[in-house]
Design a protein around this ligand. Sequence first.
Ligand SMILES: [Zn+2]
Ligand SMILES: [Zn+2]
Length: 134
Amino acid sequence: MNCPICKEPMIVLELNEVEIDNCFSCGGIWLDAGELEILLEGSNKRGAIIYSMKRDTSSKEKALRCPVCNKKMDKISAGIDKVIKLDKCRNKHGFWFDGGELEEILFMAKFDEDNKILDLLKEIFKHKINKGVK
Ligand SMILES: [Zn+2]
Ligand SMILES: [Zn+2]
């Protein structure tokens, strides 16, 4: 699968049943449909975060194309304390998170320190640090 921004192949990182497609060039992350819900399992903010997602029709950002079906994606706003803009495939293939956005969502989920998702994200960060990308 190619990054919708850089058009470069993304690297697949696996966590249990979730495959996270990560672009090491721009730091963006693609999650297939349903994977965000799985990642948020165990968070008592899960329902609130998922419920907060709304289509944002006022966004002036350029529409990105879904890496699965290549159709233009919708802009979605999400978040409890802070609003984050995501891109969502209209054919429900999944969500695109620009660099740092998935981390922000997971930060809102307020997981415990020893959560394995946080460990995975640290792993992702480490790669970014190695590549000099924040
Ligand atoms: Zn990229
Ligand atoms: Zn799609």
